[in-house]
Design a protein. Sequence first.
Length: 177
Amino acid sequence: MSEQIYFSLYQEVPDYSVRIFQSAHWVLGNGVELEVNIIGKSHRVISRLGEDCLAEFITCFDQDLPEHALESVCLQPGIVHEHEYRSGSLAYRVNVKHVSQVFNSMEEFTGSLGEISETLTHEFMSSPDHSGAPLPFTGLALNSDTNTFYTVHTYPERGISIISRTAIDLPVLSIAT
């Protein structure tokens, strides 16, 4: 399997048809609303506060994914994608890694995170030639107190996982008097 995996971020929800396997609606402690979707071995998280909106994807390359992204980064082994994006009242800090570790379960992944308030996960049936390996899964976890969500995408057949941490803050504007 040589598919490239990408992190993409859009300022609005792109016109892109997805097959949703699991879905949830979460609210961060600061009031930002998240629409969380597991779409195949990928995910989409739509973050909204009032008129401000950002849509995050981690997907295998798809030529139908719209090109007008704020960012589209091919995730490579050993390279951490860490960046802060600002859109309206949202400060969106993301850290995405391609790691040489396969989590056996969502519980194993969340056990490494500390306090979690919500999770969403979906396991995928494995092909017969990968018997004995853990089933691949995609999962998302929320810590609403810290305004942070986490994702994991496992690829047992490649011996890797893609993990991310995203914190969404509301920048405070200081007013000098």
